[in-house]
Design a protein around this ligand. Sequence first.
Ligand SMILES: CC(C)(COP(=O)(O)OP(=O)(O)OC[C@H]1O[C@@H](n2cnc3c(N)ncnc32)[C@H](O)[C@@H]1OP(=O)(O)O)[C@@H](O)C(=O)NCCC(=O)NCCS
Length: 161
Amino acid sequence: MFTVAQETADDWWEVEALYDLCFALGREALSSYRLRDGVDPVADLSLMARDGEGILAAAIRYWPVTVGTANALLLGPIAVHPTHQGEGLGRMLIEDSLARAVETGWARVMLVGDALYYQKFGFEKLRGVEMPPPTNPDRVLGRDLLENAWTGVCGQVRSVL
Ligand SMILES: CC(C)(COP(=O)(O)OP(=O)(O)OC[C@H]1O[C@@H](n2cnc3c(N)ncnc32)[C@H](O)[C@@H]1OP(=O)(O)O)[C@@H](O)C(=O)NCCC(=O)NCCS
């Protein structure tokens, strides 16, 4: 049995440790991290799942970014502890957080990731949306939260700073 809650400031380093465990060394060199430097995550969408003993099993964070002149959510990182992968926790956190994003008025969400995984959640390749290099354009994916919200949105993805 897992409990989902918003991440708080006290949880920060525990979530960082989970990301360190789940991603390759040097994850913070990825270009998506440059969009996060100095910016707070979107607190009400950054969620954690803990098991019945309170041990952190999965976490997802979001950051605000701009694409051209539009606002967007940047999904990630998301990670599930290796002992709980394949149990549906990733799906649960993505679906729960995206439902909250719709409720709180976000129009569009993007990420850099594996299309095979994220297409399960309605993400498709974004054309004309440029992440800071080096980023493989095939991994730049997006999903409307409001109908047609990505239509006509293009340009460089920038930090909100
Ligand atoms: C990728 C990750 C977040 C998925 O979470 P998870 O809880 O293991 O996945 P779920 O059990 O919710 O699986 C949901 C669906 O995705 C599929 N899936 C899981 N991992 C996948 C992967 N790496 N590639 C493609 N599909 C995958 C599952 O088969 C399932 O499909 P179904 O609903 O059609 O049966 C998790 O495995 C993880 O933390 N991996 C290491 C860190 C990472 O790569 N993060 C993502 C960065 S882009």
